[in-house]
Design a binder for this molecule. Sequence first.
Ligand code: NI
Ligand code: MN
Length: 223
Amino acid sequence: MKLTYHGHSCFILQGSKYSIIFDPFLNGNPVAKIKPQDVKVDAILVSHGHADHLGDAVLISKNCNAPIIAPFELVGYCEAKGAKGHAMHIGGSYEFPFGRVKLTIAHHGSTTDTGATGNPCGFIVTMDGKTIYHAGDTGLFYDMKLIGETNNIDAALLPIGDNFTMGISDAIKAVEFLKPKIAVPMHYNTWDLIKQDPKKFAEGLKNTQTKGVIMGVGESIEI
Ligand code: NI
Ligand code: MN
């Protein structure tokens, strides 16, 4: 299965039959190299309502006739703008044609231009026999240990930018809890406020079972 990074917290996961996108912040993202019009996916997973995550989700949903999968309140906001939606909530999972999605907690906010849109979340996606954890925007939380104990995670996508989310040292602690095969840093170097050296994250994992994989924008890996 192919995982492609599009900067900030945006990734496309492409399986044998289906593709999904996480947090499609492309228009207005200073590092993104693709346009939302170029995106062809079967579902859009949005972790919370902040503009740097909701991004172009509504446009992509309309272009692809694909559902936005997100917490209930955020899906309501997107449906009011003409998107297709599939509302879920934290702790719930659902079997979609492309695979299983479970919503996890994330400690953060979720406000849009019209106000709050419920709680933020993270995602555990199982697709083509692989398990991917996209943490969304969050601080470190001890229940990541439970997520690690109850899932055999192939790839963990974790924010390292600090200021709004975990920084590098907390993200390293998160990896110790989650025990994924690989950990990919996200939510850094989009702006100066979240400037980080991802090599410090990868180096910090040297004594763990997890490989730190720094992905360039536009880069793909096989997982
Ligand atoms: Ni946020
Ligand atoms: Mn963010």
